[in-house]
Write a protein that binds this ligand. Structure first.
Ligand SMILES: NC(=O)c1ccc[n+]([C@@H]2O[C@H](COP(=O)([O-])OP(=O)(O)OC[C@H]3O[C@@H](n4cnc5c(N)ncnc54)[C@H](O)[C@@H]3O)[C@@H](O)[C@H]2O)c1
Length: 267
């Protein structure tokens, strides 16, 4: 069956909500056994409930993706409990909206630690267990901000561009070492998640009209006005692509970038 993930063990980071939760749910629907992680422990417990209530298999582990010792513990835990790891979705990420001259070095480092160091550490620790498991698909969530620049998001773009080329290098290195591990990046466009109510809202510092009524999140419809058709995407739109990359239907897809943005960057 196309997009079949039966028998696969999958780890999704940043799975307490948004794109990560949707990836976990869709992978479970496709038959994978899930480990979902996040710093938001209540959020991952909710993700596990949603998956198990729908008949899937999942368990939650608290994880800050910037901590190398925690990565070692999580992979060790999966080896002990599931005995294998076949899919890793490096999804956890933050977006800090700030002009270059206003951004603190501390914020630059914090964003890079989560978005880029976290992806590196995930690959570093997962690859040996994936190799032992006989197959692996690593899916790194980048962004259209990893394909082109954006005013007010320079630091974010730097991390997501890094994820894009890091992913291609992981693919090249595993292939050169004859390891059965693929690695691809996914580039979402404007997707309706809580990220628009978090630190990205700093891009509206000089444009308060960018905020939604209530003033606590960016007005996604305004941002999505630049998308052909004018609509934001749903987290499931990204998760469907992730399931394809996780499954054997994509067995010859390696070192590629899957852009899911409804032609926003096609023009
Ligand atoms: N929503 C969009 O429009 C969009 C577009 C392009 C790319 N992305 C990327 O998609 C991914 C998911 O974003 P989302 O839109 O679902 O946002 P979100 O804010 O809803 O989810 C991000 C998750 O990451 C978790 N997280 C943050 N720091 C963490 C850490 N140190 N360790 C572990 N978990 C941590 C958060 O708790 C949260 O659950 C991110 O990498 C983001 O950059 C999103």
């Amino acid at each position: 069956m196309l997009n079949d993930c039966n028998g696969k063990t999958a780890l999704v980071t940043g799975a307490a909500g948004g794109i990560g939760r949707s990836c976990a749910q869709k992978l479970a629907e496709a038959g994978a056994s899930l480990i979902v992680t996040d710093i938001d422990e209540a959020g991952i417990e909710k993700t596990v409930s949603l998956i198990t209530e729908a008949g899937g298999t999942a368990r939650a582990l608290a994880q800050d993706v910037t901590q190398e010792d925690v990565w070692a513990d999580i992979i060790g835990d999966i080896k002990a409990h599931e005995g294998a790891l076949n899919v890793l979705v490096n999804n956890a990420g933050i977006a800090i909206g700030a002009s270059i001259i206003d951004m603190s070095l501390e914020d630059w480092h914090r964003q890079t630690a989560i978005n880029l160091d976290g992806v590196f550490l995930g690959c570093k620790h997962a690859i040996p267990l994936m190799a032992e498991s006989g197959s692996g698909s690593i899916i790194n969530i980048s962004s259209i901000a990893g394909l082109r620049g954006a005013a007010g998001l320079a630091g974010y773009c730097a991390t997501k561009g890094g994820v894009r080329l890091f992913s291609k290098s992981v693919a090249a290195e595993c292939a050169a070492a004859d390891m059965p591990i693929r690695c691809n990046s996914v580039h979402p466009g404007i997707i309706d998640t809580d990220i628009w109510g978090r630190e990205i809202a700093g891009i509206a510092a000089n444009n308060p009209e960018m905020m939604a009524p209530g003033g606590n999140r960016i007005d996604i419809n305004l941002v999505a006005a630049g998308v052909p058709g004018g609509k934001p995407g749903h987290p499931d739109d990204i998760a469907n692509g992730v399931v394809y990359l996780a499954s054997d239907a994509s067995s010859y897809v390696n070192g590629s970038e899957l852009v899911i943005d409804y032609a926003l960057t096609a023009r």
